[in-house]
Design a protein around this ligand. Structure first.
Ligand SMILES: *Cc1c(COP(=O)(O)O)cnc(C)c1O
Length: 436
């Protein structure tokens, strides 16, 4: 499969280049040249296939011609090593729980897959690859966990000292082996600036191999389509009614992957783009006008995005045809008050505990089904474990969710970060000393 830039479709690159570069030089986004066809009979057999088996078939359709089958199988088996159960919440409403991975959020899928695919493409290089990531919290933990112990790759994570939660810091800064955490005396923007400056430093780049792990990498995007197929498989075992899927969204990578799955034949009648008050996409779906603006802070903070980076991919997939997009996607936006009320109310009615992001997805779904389509099967995506947001969720529910053991054990570990001043020369010497 070749990949083009959304800014220039005739500029094609190989999978290897798309994965290692992350982003085209023209600042567009990589897209697969075509949406591949699945083998005949795929959907007839889907309800008898397991998650890894489904994932491997999708991965093979995209990447099969670019790597040996055994390598791809290993990548999928190692990346997709936890379940994504479809849980009935009430009536015809189901939660697709994507939080059973190591950092309890759906970003684990993309991060684990990208890490292993990157390792595959640098396997025979003489020098190790150094991945620089600036984080304000969650991205760093998914990337650290995803790349942990992956051969040939060092990960250097910069985070603002004292500005991230204890559990986030423990997930980033207690790992050994190939993960290094740099605690920067500054704010998130300072961390990001240091990383950007390093990429622009030609002298540094001639001495060590640098790369980023940004969320728009195709090796993060494509694996996010696997679980849409798996949701369909689990639902079909239960019912043949039409499927409507609500995706709580920020940068819209998750929804884009769902739209790609639909293009591959997944029978989804409608997607719902559900957001918090950062509602540029629901607004676009209502008016046809895309008006990016600075983000506002909410309790579903992983969706606080004012200029969603994957929006151009959605436009590209639909040839910028607003009416065609509307046929497949509707939008809904919700305030923090509505989100809090919904978390309390659903627990009261059913015992099911939503996290703030999933609650936004649930509201978008419920609204759509009530207004338009009460006979369809509705799925909303639960993107994070409610215990990750215990400060918000705890006071709203009777039975507070427990932090699962696999996350809780990080709290007992010792922090081993390296403290650095907010100073580029100091950062650069660190990289040159440590990472040759
Ligand atoms: C990143 C994230 C989202 C938003 O996903 P996008 O692909 O950026 O739209 C939603 N929920 C949680 C918990 C996340 O971490």
């Amino acid at each position: 499969m070749k990949f083009y830039s959304t800014k220039n479709r005739s500029n094609l690159v190989s999978l290897r280049e798309a994965v290692l570069k992350g982003m085209p030089e023209d600042n567009g986004l990589f897209m697969p040249r075509s949406v591949p066809e699945l083998p005949g009979g795929f959907f007839d057999n889907i309800s008898s296939m397991g998650f890894q088996e489904i994932s491997l078939q999708i991965a093979d359709a995209f990447f099969g011609e670019d790597m040996p089958a055994a390598d791809l199988e290993q990548i999928v088996t190692e990346a997709v090593n936890f379940d994504a159960p479809l849980v009935q919440v009430h009536d015809n409403i189901y939660s697709l729980e994507l939080y059973h991975g190591p950092t309890l959020a759906f970003k684990d899928f993309g991060a684990r897959f990208m890490a292993r695919m990157t390792a595959h493409f640098v396997k025979n290089s003489a020098r190790e690859l150094n991945i620089l990531v600036a984080t304000s919290g969650d991205t760093g933990s998914a990337v650290a966990s995803g790349f942990y112990d992956v051969p040939g790759i060092n990960v250097i994570i910069l985070y603002p000292s004292g500005k991230i939660s204890e559990i986030q810091e423990k997930q980033i800064a207690t790992l050994d082996k190939n993960i290094t955490a740099l605690e920067i005396d500054g704010v998130f923007d300072d961390c990001q600036k240091l990383v950007k400056q390093a990429f622009l430093d030609t002298e540094l780049c001639s001495q060590i191999e640098l790369s980023s792990a940004n969320s728009i990498n195709v090796a993060r995007l494509i694996p996010q389509s696997f679980y849409y197929f798996y949701a369909c498989a689990q639902l079909q075992a239960d019912s043949q009614a039409d499927m409507v899927i609500s995706v709580p969204s920020g940068n819209f990578g998750n929804l884009t992957a769902g739209l790609i799955a639909r293009r591959m034949g997944l029978p989804v009648e409608q997607y719902i783009a559900s957001t918090n008050i950062n509602d540029v996409v629901p607004e676009y779906l209502g008016s046809g006008l895309f008006n990016p603006r600075p983000s506002k802070q909410t309790i579903s903070n992983a969706m606080d995005v004012g200029n969603p980076s994957n929006f151009d991919r959605i436009l590209d997939l639909y040839d910028s045809d607003y009416d065609k997009i509307l046929q497949d996607v509707s939008g809904s936006a919700y305030t923090d008050d509505q989100t809090r009320q919904m978390i309390s109310r659903l627990e009261e009615e059913t015992g099911y505990i939503l996290d703030p992001h999933g609650a936004v997805g649930y509201m978008g779904l419920r609204h759509y089904l009530t207004e338009l389509r009460d006979t369809a099967n509705g799925i909303f995506i639960e993107t994070a474990h409610p215990a990750k947001f215990i400060d918000v969720v705890g006071p709203l529910v009777k039975n507070a969710p427990q932090i699962p053991e696999r996350l809780g054990r990080f709290l007992d570990r010792e922090k081993r970060s390296v403290k650095l001043k907010n100073d580029y020369e100091e950062f650069k010497s660190f990289l040159l000393d440590e990472k040759k």
